[in-house]
Every structure is written in structure tokens, then in C-alpha cells.
Design a protein around this ligand. Structure first.
Ligand code: 5AD
Length: 471
């Protein structure tokens, strides 16, 4: 049977889509290759959020085509995902070596199309049509990654976005919002739990809009909160995460869910984009700086040690030095654990791309460096403050940087590396933090109940969710 290599660019949604395609192909008998050099099929799952991401994938495909086509003329080359969707046939015209262009509503067709291409029935396939029901087609998993069974899994709950932020191409690449049903999502999560998964991350472009049309508000609870309650009830699951929410969707029902649902971890990725009300308005974000700060303080009132990360765009058209300084001040005020910083990139057909006062690249670079140093400084301080604390981690597997050590995550989503063994995989363990690095903590397994074993204070006060298995 043929082998396939899938390379993924961009966000967790893309990672999840690639995983589902891989699982669907494995079910048809394909093997998964570790590099493009050993594969009969090479698929690049692409990102369109910034031009940089598109250029990287285009360059990679050019290099692969130049390299592989000569030695193995029968290799099948394909683009999938967001850039495939936004550029369509243009990709084949520009790179004639490309055989397959698969849009964001067509991932589940990969196996059939590859069959056609490998058997010579078709020479090229470009499919970027809309497909009703495709939001429910991302459900298969590969659960033997990282040298053993998976402890965590991504679950796609919806597709698309109706927000139309003026900078963003996603509504064009992912289409309008479509949600899966709660029973469908719960059944996927339950199967994962039965296979040993302990933590799920619910994924969508704007998860807080989940079920807005399909599931009316019940007893003051949005469709998303109803979904969280249903996932909370699944036996065997210990932790629930989600990404990405929109600040607009952080209603009191969601804040209150953190009080009631012990499996909902105290961690939120809350994209602010800018700290200036003027820029937020130009971006069409639908909230103000004050409202954003109010959400943060409500969350911290419920879970004082909430782990908070964000996305920030530097150099949105018209952003002045004063606007930028408001963003810097907001970062200092909130004290995010970490932030993803994006240099503004004009995207096709978006209103911001046509705005007249684009910020020069030198200014963007300079602001980017300044905000990066604030984020790093605050992050380093917050991480260092955890030294000598005892924290609960869920052990995921070997550390990516040093396979001789194990890694897990705190409920606040901080990575913790420690000397452990494969028998710890999948366990909720108490560890004592001994050192902090840049966005990583290092720990020793805690010796429980001995006097003097650390401060014995959980950095993240949590309602215990099931027994913590100890080595
Ligand atoms: N330029 C730069 N960053 C962008 N993002 C989205 N569109 C753009 C753009 N045109 C960033 C936002 C979003 C993250 C996924 O990507 O910060 O939250």
C-alpha cells in the first residue's frame, strides 16, 4: 500500500484536520511516512493567516517537486486546507507538479481522490466546493503518536467564522459557522476516553459561537456552555480545554461554568489583538479594552490563578505609537503567561488590506521587538514565581526536546519537564517545580504528605476531578 507524508502549517485546527486525514488514509491501508523522501503521497496542509505562511508552503512544495519528481515521477503532490481553499486552481497553474488541491470542506475526500490519482484514473483534482455537513467529517484520530498511546486529543466542534474581523481571511477560507451536534461530539469524546485519552481540547475558529443558531439559550446557558456540561459528564475524561474563544462570547454563563465544572481547566487563550479602542473598532472586534479587562477580572475572581494567553497583531493599518503603547500597557496590566505576536499582513479581499495608512515594515519590526520583550519579561517573572510550588500535571509522554525526560502540562497549560518513565504517561501527578525556563517549568515528582515537602499549596486551586494516580 502507498505511504503518505503530511506536513502541517498553522493552527491547531490544521493539525486536527491533518490528523483526521492521516487516520482516514491509515484506515484504507496507507502507512504514514516520516519524511517526504520516503512517501508516495506528499500533502501540505496550509495556512493563509499571513502571507509568510503561504510563501513558506509554496516554497516547500517547489522544493519537494524539484527534488522528488526527478527521482520518483509517480509521487503524488497535494495542497490541502486554507491556502488550497483561497487559491484553488491557481495553485496548479502556478506549480504544474501539483496533482491535488483539496479545500477546507473536503478533507474527508482525500482517500477517494488519492485513489483516483494513484491509479491514473484522473490526472489532476481541484475540489474547493462547499459541502453541507462537512463540519462533522473530522472525527477520526491517530492515537499512537509520540511513541505510545495518546493522552490528549483535539476534537473539532465546529467550522467557519461569521465575525469578519477586517484583517482576517478565515471567513473566506473556512466559510460560515457550522456546528456539529452535542451527541455527535460527546460520542467522539467518549470513544477517546475509552481509548485512554484523559484530556480533550475542543476546537473551532470561534468556539464561543458554538451552536448559536442550532442550540437556543437554555436557562441562560449558551450552546457552548451546554456542550461543556455534556463533555464534563463523560466518565474517564479528566480535563477539558478549548480554543479559540472570542472575547465577545465570554458571557457570565461561561465565567460561571468555571465555578461548576471541575474538569474545565483554569486556562484561557483569549485573543485581544490590540489594547486601543480605536484600533479594536477598526478591526471590527466587537469589544472595548475596558470590556476585555472586565472579562479577565471576572475570570480571575472565579479562578485566581487562571493561565492566560493571547494573540496580538502589531502594526494594524493606522496603528499609531499611542495605540501601540496602549497595547503594551494592557499586556503589563493583564500579565499574560504568553502571547502569540503577529506582524500585520494584508490579506486578499479583507477591508484592512484596502485601508490607506498601512504601517511601514520597519515600524512593525520595531514594535514587534518591543512587545516581545515585554511578553518575555512578564512570562519569565510569572514562571519563576512558581519555583518551589507543587502543581498537578497530566503526563503526556517524552519531552520533545529531550526524549529521556517526560513532560506534562499543568491545568493552566504550562509545560513541565521532569525525570519520569513511560509508566507515568496518562497519570495525573503532583510535582514540585524546581526551575523555570522560557515558557517551560522543570520539576521533581512530589513526595506527598511529608512535612516540608514544598509549600504544599497548589498554584492552581482545583476541585479534584477523580483520584490522582500516583506512581
Ligand atoms: N495579519 C497578522 N495576523 C493575523 N491574524 C489573523 N489575520 C492576520 C493578519 N492579516 C492573527 C490574529 C489571530 C491569529 C490566529 O492570527 O491574531 O488571532
Amino acid at each position: 500500500m502507498p505511504s503518505v507524508y503530511i506536513k502541517t502549517y498553522g493552527c491547531q485546527m490544521n493539525e486536527r484536520d491533518s490528523e483526521a486525514v492521516a487516520a482516514q488514509l491509515v484506515a484504507k491501508g496507507y502507512t504514514l511516512a516520516v519524511s517526504e523522501h520516503a512517501a508516495d503521497v506528499v500533502l501540505l496542509n496550509t495556512c493563509s493567516v499571513r502571507d509568510n505562511a503561504e510563501q513558506t508552503a509554496l516554497g516547500k512544495m517547489q522544493a519537494i517537486a524539484g527534488d522528488l519528481r526527478r527521482s520518483r515521477p509517480d509521487v503524488v503532490l497535494g495542497f490541502m486546507g486554507c491556502m488550497a481553499q483561497s487559491r484553488g486552481r491557481e495553485l496548479v497553474d502556478r506549480l504544474p507538479d501539483v496533482d491535488l488541491v483539496l479545500g477546507t470542506q473536503k478533507f474527508h475526500r482525500a482517500a477517494d481522490y488519492l485513489d483516483d490519482l494513484l491509479s491514473g484514473r484522473r490526472e489532476k483534482v481541484v475540489d474547493v466546493e462547499a459541502e453541507p455537513g462537512s463540519e462533522s467529517a473530522i472525527r477520526e484520530h491517530v492515537l499512537n503518536g509520540r511513541g505510545g498511546r495518546a493522552v490528549t486529543a483535539f476534537v473539532s466542534i465546529m467550522q467557519g467564522c461569521n465575525q469578519h474581523c477586517t484583517f482576517c481571511i478565515v471567513p473566506f477560507t473556512r466559510g460560515p459557522e457550522r456546528s456539529r451536534t452535542i451527541p455527535d461530539i460527546v460520542s467522539e469524546c467518549r470513544q477517546l476516553a475509552e481509548q485512554g485519552v484523559r484530556e480533550v481540547t475542543l476546537l473551532g475558529q470561534i468556539v464561543t459561537s458554538y451552536g448559536r443558531r442550532e442550540r437556543p439559550i437554555q436557562e441562560g446557558k449558551s450552546g457552548f456552555v451546554q456542550l461543556l456540561e455534556a463533555v464534563q459528564a463523560i466518565e474517564g475524561l479528566e480535563r477539558i480545554r478549548f480554543t479559540s474563544p472570542h472575547p465577545k462570547g465570554y458571557g457570565d454563563d461561561l465565567v460561571e461554568a468555571y465555578k461548576r465544572l471541575p474538569k474545565l481547566v483554569e486556562s484561557a487563550h483569549l485573543p485581544v489583538q490590540s489594547g486601543s479602542n480605536r484600533v479594536l473598532k477598526l478591526m471590527h472586534r466587537g469589544y472595548t479594552r475596558e470590556r476585555f479587562l472586565e472579562i479577565i477580572s471576572k475570570l480571575r475572581a472565579v479562578r485566581p490563578n487562571m493561565g492566560l494567553t493571547t494573540d496580538i497583531i502589531v502594526g494594524f493599518p493606522g496603528e499609531t505609537e499611542a495605540d501601540f503603547e496602549e497595547t503594551l500597557a494592557l499586556c503589563r496590566e493583564v500579565e499574560f503567561d504568553n502571547a502569540f505576536l503577529f506582524k500585520y499582513s494584508p490579506r486578499k479581499d479583507t477591508p484592512a488590506a484596502a485601508m490607506s495608512d498601512q504601517v511601514p515594515i520597519e515600524v512593525i519590526e520595531e514594535r514587534h521587538a518591543r512587545i516581545l520583550s515585554v511578553i518575555n519579561e512578564v512570562g519569565a517573572r510569572r514562571y519563576a514565581a512558581l519555583i518551589s510550588r507543587r502543581m498537578q500535571i497530566l503526563v503526556e509522554g517524552p519531552s520533545k526536546k529531550n526524549a529521556a525526560r517526560m513532560m506534562g502540562r499543568t491545568r493552566c497549560n504550562r509545560i513541565v519537564v521532569f525525570d519520569g518513565a513511560d509508566r507515568h504517561r496518562g497519570q495525573l501527578m503532583d510535582v514540585q517545580i524546581v526551575k523555570s525556563g522560557l515558557f517551560t517549568l522543570y520539576a521533581d515528582p512530589a513526595i506527598v504528605n511529608l512535612p516540608g515537602s514544598g509549600t504544599s499549596v497548589h498554584d492552581e486551586p482545583f476541585v479534584p476531578c477523580g483520584p490522582a494516580h500516583r506512581p
